[in-house]
Design a protein around this ligand. Structure first.
Ligand code: G3P
Ligand code: CA
Length: 302
């Protein structure tokens, strides 16, 4: 069943290969300006990115969380993408459904409730909001396609994380297919509305190989010696705020990425003004936060 789904997806993607080959719009976009980057930190302020949406105020990785971010005036949102048993892409952080849905009540015999062991139809039955607050009862785990439509509707920008890519062979191609179908691989979106990130370097290498115009960022804190290697496939390094220093941020900025721009730095997860100001002094380009409104207020940032 799964092999059939992947084959169908691959065939479909090849059908949209114009998006991914030299001379296409996406390839032309490969030289688009990395307009968010502010290496050196001179004269501009870092972006505030809503981590899993405005996840301190609404259930993470749901449409409610990105709507709340939009209400707060937050343009950039971050999410986590995984895959169901039958090959649907869904937005959820953990590899298990247990923490953020009522799966234990609905499917009590299906421990450990892994995302990859449930079909899209089964996941669509789950309540992904009540754990956070009763007023979010009935909120669903969104499919990536549905999520992309809402981000577009809200005029937002997306930091898309490929979560646990080792569990989902071929997910990179599938994600690119959805992005293409939803109109997110055109020049306008590629220029400053989309970054794909992952802790998986191999996954990002695959994204860069399949769609070199797409900006990517490697999560984690690679050594300074490893940065030139990362720059072959990543436009940015997105480290934990706990792991960085002014010197490290400067070292990242000193390396040019695959599109000829200095590597950018988005630090996570920063939920208080003092830490936001500290990483801003280091010169980071983005601050990923469950409380992007707090970060914006602290930094007077977009
Ligand atoms: O965007 C950075 C952050 O999301 C990485 O960690 O576990 O929250 O996905 P995690
Ligand atoms: Ca994430």
């Amino acid at each position: 069943m799964y092999a059939r789904a992947v084959a169908a997806i691959t065939t479909a993607l090849l059908g949209t290969a114009a998006l991914l080959v030299p001379g296409s719009d996406a390839r032309a976009g490969s030289h688009a300006a990395v307009s968010h980057a502010r290496p050196g930190g001179v004269g501009t302020r870092p972006l505030a990115i809503g981590h899993r949406g405005a996840s301190a105020q609404a259930p993470e990785n749901t449409l409610a969380a990105i709507d709340r971010a939009a209400e707060l005036g937050v343009s950039w949102v971050e999410n986590d993408v995984q895959r169901t048993k039958d090959g649907e892409l869904v937005v959820i952080h953990d590899d298990s459904l247990r923490r953020t849905t009522n799966v234990e009540d609905v499917f009590p015999r299906r421990s450990p409730w892994k995302v990859k062991d449930f079909t899209a139809a089964e996941i669509a039955r789950l309540d992904a909001g009540s754990w956070f607050g009763s007023r979010f009862a009935g909120t669903r785990v969104p499919t990536l396609a549905r999520y992309m439509r809402r981000v577009e509707h809200n005029h937002q920008k997306l930091l898309l994380e490929i979560k646990n890519p080792e569990l989902y062979p071929g997910i990179e191609r599938q994600i690119l297919k959805v992005l293409g179908d939803e109109g997110w691989l055109d020049r306008r979106h590629l220029a400053d509305r989309l970054i794909v990130q992952s802790f998986g370097a191999d996954s990002l290498r695959t994204v860069h190989r399949l769609a070199p115009a797409v900006r990517t960022a490697l999560l984690g804190t690679p050594s300074v010696a490893d940065l030139p290697g990362c720059a072959g496939f990543a436009d940015g390094i997105n480290p934990s705020q706990r792991s960085i220093s002014r010197k490290y941020v400067a070292a990242v900025h000193s390396v040019a990425g695959p599109h000829g721009r200095p590597l950018a730095v988005f630090a996570w997860t920063v939920d208080d003004g003092e830490t936001a100001r500290r990483v801003a002094r280091y010169g980071v380009d983005g601050v990923i936060s469950d409380k992007p409104d707090v970060v914006r207020a602290a930094l007077r940032t977009p």
